[in-house]
Design a protein around this ligand. Structure first.
Ligand code: MN
Length: 235
């Protein structure tokens, strides 16, 4: 199979995995950058991730204009994807979700940092982006390229950014890495909320985040986790 057809298959599986692990519900989406054309990305038409099939996948330019729309409807928040792909040549996959356990860390001054080894993949610092800072009162959705680029600026060179009162943005060098980071971001948020209620929390050190983060995205661990999540999701 070509890289493109492999990625298209993985994109369907990624949708199913994120739904099965409760990272997404009716909302949320995942995309990948075209492996042969860095100015394009692939994303499902507007549909709940659990239901996405190969026929739903659409190609876009980085401004979010469709290449092969047909009669399909589109996600309103695709500027999240294009904004990141324009700003970060290293990013090959983008996920946007509203994971419930993560939301509290976007609306309080309690930082979301890794406290267990498998969450190293989210990075040591997780910035919070507030759409209101630049755009005032909105419907909270990232629907313009100016908003998408502003969010990408807050992400900077990291892997995760929280979106105040809305959700989060997770990026990766592959679909598999972005899916892994999304799942462990959610798990870490739940564990951290529990730990904060029990007493003073010890976080991973910057060195631990660096070393474990490298270990965990190797194919040995990345493929093992992917196979497990895909099977659980019925793929
Ligand atoms: Mn959203």
């Amino acid at each position: 199979m070509t890289d493109l057809s492999t990625n298209l298959l993985d994109l369907v599986i990624a949708n199913r995995i994120l739904a099965h692990e409760d990272v997404v519900d009716a909302f949320g989406h995942v995309s990948f950058r075209h492996p042969d054309n860095p100015d394009r990305y692939w994303l499902s038409c507007s549909r709940a991730p659990e239901l996405v099939v190969a026929e739903d996948l659409m190609e876009y330019n980085l401004d979010g204009e469709p290449i092969n729309q047909g009669d399909r409807t589109m996600y309103a928040e695709r500027p999240i994807h294009g904004g990141v792909y324009q700003a970060r040549p290293d990013v090959q996959a983008v996920i946007h979700n509203h994971s419930m356990t993560v939301i509290p860390y976007g609306v309080t001054n309690t930082p979301l940092r890794p406290i267990f080894h498998l969450a190293a993949v989210i990075g040591e610092q997780v910035p919070v982006w507030d759409i209101r800072d630049t755009f005032g009162d909105t419907n909270m959705l990232v629907t313009t390229m100016d908003q998408g680029r502003d969010l990408a600026k807050a992400l900077a060179d990291g892997r995760v950014a929280l979106m105040r009162g809305h959700g989060c943005l997770v990026v990766g060098s592959s679909i598999k890495t972005a899916v892994m980071a999304s799942i462990y971001l959610q798990v870490n948020a739940k564990l951290l909320s529990e730990s904060l209620g029990m007493g003073e929390v010890t976080y991973l050190s910057p060195g631990e985040v660096e070393l474990m983060g490298q270990t965990q995205v190797r194919p040995l661990s990345g493929d093992r986790a992917w196979e497990y999540w895909a099977r659980r999701a019925g793929c």
